[in-house]
Write a protein that binds this ligand. Sequence first.
Ligand SMILES: Cc1cc2nc3c(=O)[nH]c(=O)nc-3n(C[C@H](O)[C@H](O)[C@H](O)COP(=O)(O)O)c2cc1C
Length: 313
Amino acid sequence: MAAPLLLAPMAGISSLPFRRTMKECGAALVFTEMISANGLIRDGRKTVELLRSCADEKPLAIQLFGDDPQVLAAAAQLVGDQADLLDINLGCPVKKVVRAGAGSALLRNPQRVGQILAAVRRVFAGPLTIKIRSGWDQTHLNYMEIGQIAREEGVNAICLHPRSRSQNFGGTANWQQIAELKARLDIPVIGSGDLFHAADVLRMFTTTGCDAVMIARGAYGNPWIFEQAAALLQQQVPAPISTEQRWSVIRQHLRWHLAEFGEHKALIEMRKHLSWYAKGLPTATQFRGRLHDITSWPTLLDEAQNFFCSSPA
Ligand SMILES: Cc1cc2nc3c(=O)[nH]c(=O)nc-3n(C[C@H](O)[C@H](O)[C@H](O)COP(=O)(O)O)c2cc1C
């Protein structure tokens, strides 16, 4: 069985080509970025685009956000056939989302959380999870209460990113809270937060007892984190990534991006990913400078090939 290493939902990042790349490199399950339930109901074109998928990324977890139980249930019904797992976002700290009463704003309204989960559970029979932060702020840490509610409403697993909404991404994730949730809840707990290297993944499993982990920023330019972490979990030494292997993955990522978005958008998006792939390599700064000035896809390909094929493993 594949190691329980999941690719986290990341708005603006977890596109289909990114998810395929992570899947190819060993992610057991990939999540879409959060998708607006309201947008889906209104059939917003952009929202529907976020649901584009393909066979080789399966199984696919779809994450929804919203504030209204009936709208979320209607959205769950719409995507039910496509979702191998459905996740409800109860943790997003972004102002626009919170102002609309969704994401982490719901942590302040446990009763509403119960209503949402009951409504979604009624219409979706597959695996249902929630993803939360530890609370609204440091004086309102209610991850345990939300976890209990989720369990009572038939949620199958809960993912905790143990920072409060007010912490945003500051400080460090308090993994102790993952350990506490795992110790007190009898449904699986998925840990998230500060998994930047394969060794962090091993440490999260051993220190929290969590059932699975969700990797987010640590996958930026480093899809190999999945197989390296899987090796560590099996008490093996991770194999180094050769120059050829690295270029082969990057080239595939480029191709998938082009096929999905066309030259203009793929160029803009892949500049960001290529900058991440270059991290730690000699002359990465100069390479990033050149990327910034590139305006055509063939030039981007040439630059990337020259740089990554001539950089040491
Ligand atoms: C750019 C970005 C976008 C994110 N978008 C989402 C999202 O759509 N849904 C969600 O539940 N979490 C989202 N997150 C939170 C991550 O899934 C994860 O819980 C968080 O980054 C902590 O993990 P890390 O420290 O390993 O990055 C996002 C994080 C980042 C950095």
